[in-house]
Every structure is written in C-alpha cells, then in structure tokens.
Design a protein around this ligand. Sequence first.
Ligand SMILES: NC(=O)c1ccc[n+]([C@@H]2O[C@H](COP(=O)([O-])OP(=O)(O)OC[C@H]3O[C@@H](n4cnc5c(N)ncnc54)[C@H](OP(=O)(O)O)[C@@H]3O)[C@@H](O)[C@H]2O)c1
Length: 211
Amino acid sequence: MSILLIGASGRTGRLVAEKLHAGAMPFRAMLRNVAKNDEFKLLGASTVIADLEGDFSPAFDGARTVIYAAGSAETEGVEQERLIDRDAVIKSVDYAKRHGIHTFVVISALLASAPERSPEALRHYAQMKRESDDYVIASGLNFLVLRPGELTMNLGTGTIEIVSDPDTPRVPVTRHDVAKVVVEALKIGLVNKTIGFAGGNAPIFEALAAL
Ligand SMILES: NC(=O)c1ccc[n+]([C@@H]2O[C@H](COP(=O)([O-])OP(=O)(O)OC[C@H]3O[C@@H](n4cnc5c(N)ncnc54)[C@H](OP(=O)(O)O)[C@@H]3O)[C@@H](O)[C@H]2O)c1
C-alpha cells in the first residue's frame, strides 16, 4: 500500500477509490463504518477503521501519499466544519510529517480562495477550509490543494476549467471529474500547487499538464 485515502466512503472518495483501482494504484481506504469493508476489498484496497475525531495515526503506517477526501456533511454545522474540514486535516498533516509521507493531497473548496466573500451561510465552512489549506501549504510536505467549485453527482465529462478568479460564477463540477483530477495529478507527479477549478471544456489531463 502506498496511498492512504481518507474519506474513502464519501461520494467523491468512493470515485477516487474506483479510479485508483482502475489505475492499478494500491491504496488503503480509511473508513469509519466497518460495514463498508467488503466493498473496498472488492476494489483491491486494504482498509483501516478509524474516526477523524480520534487518533487515526496508525492509518498512516506504510503510506507514501495521503489523499484527504473527507468533509463535514452539508447539514452538520460549524462544530463539524471545525473538526472535519480544519482540525482533522491539520492532524493528518502532523501524522503525515511523522510518518515521512511524500505527498499530501487535500480536496478543499473554491470558496476557500476568498472566505470573506463567500455567502454568509458558507463563510465559516470556507474559513475552515482556508485555514487547513494554509496549514497544508506551510507544512513542508509536497502538497496539492484542490479547490473544486460546487459539486454534482452528474456523469463525468473528463473536462474542467481552471479558475484563478473565484468571484465569477462558475459551472458546477462533477465528483467524477474531481476524482479524475486527483488521480491524474498524482499520475503526472504534480505537486506544490493550489488548484481552483470548476466545470468547463478543457480536458483534465491537458489542464493539469499546463499548470
Ligand atoms: N458539496 C460541495 O458542493 C462541495 C464543493 C467543493 C468542495 N467540497 C468538498 O469536497 C470534499 C468531498 O465532498 P463530498 O460531498 O464528496 O463528501 P461526502 O460525500 O460528504 O463524504 C464525506 C466523507 O467524510 C467522512 N467523514 C466525515 N466525518 C468523519 C469522521 N468523523 N471520521 C471519519 N470519516 C468521516 C465520511 O465518512 P462516512 O462515509 O462514514 O460518512 C465520508 O466518507 C469535501 O471536503 C467537501 O467539503 C464539497
């Protein structure tokens, strides 16, 4: 195992898992629900059961790359945003440093580019994402901070738009395409980038290769 996938059973995490499996990239799925074990075994993954609110450092044993695809649920509120969108990312970075992790990838959000200009209902979430992003970027690890815009469960298009100005309204991006961005970026060894993106017309491989 060389990739630890945190939040593997989430909507995006599950799609990342499928793409890692399809790309023959060995991974360990971190799950909090043991009932999901078998579906990840079928994807060729090893699994570890752990909760982001506790000590999950043993999950990092033997990993070289970490993908953080977890997040608080939309309805859970500010306390979970603080715990899952910020504090658990920070803990993951600290564990990663202790375990000699080579590359740390986090799925953040486009709103983290400018929390102060986010809609009020999303401002705290955006601020937590921003604080965790800043911690990842300053960690000294090779990092990828991926900031997709609004997510959908539509079929993937294989295309995105790279976004540098977060204030212009954007087309939502599918979770399939976010998962493809994660896996393609790892395959081409893209590191030390903060990448805002939304739905668009640029083939993902070309968009990433141009960065
Ligand atoms: N919704 C949007 O439009 C949007 C836009 C931009 C970025 N994002 C970000 O994109 C990422 C993926 O979003 P998503 O909607 O695909 O995720 P999701 O379906 O809500 O999945 C969240 C994952 O986090 C895990 N998780 C939450 N609390 C946990 C805990 N205490 N311990 C262990 N695991 C825990 C969940 O585990 P269980 O499966 O056990 O519940 C699940 O696997 C998130 O970081 C999200 O903030 C979302």
